[in-house]
Ligand binder design. Structure first.
Ligand SMILES: [Zn+2]
Ligand SMILES: [Zn+2]
Length: 256
């Protein structure tokens, strides 16, 4: 699998930047994960949007989903023009229902599945929802955040990629991230923000400590406050984790 960072800022981007969005490619399978502000334009630098197999939205905060409206028009337009046949598979939380219902109404562009409707699995040792696309397995793990949401584990060809979404550090997240080849984890602040972020986000240090407990092979931190220095976030994440840690940068590719 190859991970491409489409955007790494939250909750608003730096100049020329984009918010949460990632492209995960393996063979013919291209999955977009989150579609924050500016990520659609970034996506089209790397792939034709027509080749996407699915879009997973971890939760309905604007910095994780607003570019779904760009995709809606791109796909509906391509289908009208006859350059695309199928709709795009969307995996999203069912709540807030007004957002879910709006996306589900765009039947000219999307086939929407609520994660809550997927079958349940105990394969990870915790309750998770499960879906399969080609040879790619996806596990959705509930997050601890201000809105209902899911972290995402993707397994293919014996490799595993885990994305935290937006979440506080929890035992469930650590278990689901266990031994993953690549752990993409939110790092929403520095030690000084610990109280402000409590219960809904991780600091960079908590991302590192989670990676350490989960014994992941590689940690990439993301979801950065635009006014922070990445070197400060990386330093605090690195104090928690003994392994390889990098900061997500737009356009960066990671092989796993
Ligand atoms: Zn959020
Ligand atoms: Zn966020």
């Amino acid at each position: 699998m190859i991970l491409t960072v489409l955007g790494c800022w939250a909750p608003y981007p730096r100049p020329g930047g984009a918010c949460s969005g990632y492209l995960l490619q393996s063979g013919e399978t291209a999955i977009m994960i989150d579609a924050g502000n500016g990520t659609f334009a970034e996506l089209t630098r790397h792939v034709n949007f027509r080749s996407l197999k699915a879009l997973v939205i971890t939760h309905f905060h604007p910095d994780h989903y607003v570019d779904v409206f760009c995709l809606r028009h791109a796909i509906a337009g391509a289908r009208r023009a006859g350059t695309l046949q199928q709709t795009l598979k969307l995996f999203v939380p069912a709540a807030p229902s007004e957002i879910y219902n709006k996306l589900a109404s765009y039947t000219d562009a999307f086939t929407v599945t609520a994660v809550e409707q997927l079958p349940e699995t105990r394969q990870l040792g915790i309750h998770a929802k499960w879906a399969k696309l080609d040879n790619t397995e996806m596990f959705f793990v509930p997050t601890a955040h201000a809105l209902p949401g899911y972290a995402l584990l993707v397994r293919r060809n014996g490799k595993s990629f885990f994305f935290s979404g937006d979440t506080a550090a929890t035992d469930q997240i650590t278990l689901a991230a266990g031994d993953s080849d690549l752990f993409l984890c939110e790092a929403s602040g520095l030690d000084q923000d610990k109280e402000y972020l409590a219960g809904i986000h991780m600091t960079a240090r908590e991302a590192g400590l989670t990676a350490q407990k989960a014994k992941v092979k590689k940690l990439v931190i993301t979801h950065f406050w635009p006014e922070y220095e990445l070197s400060d976030l990386l330093a605090q994440a690195g104090e928690g984790f003994n392994g390889d840690v990098t900061a997500a940068i737009q356009g960066m590719k990671v092989n796993l």
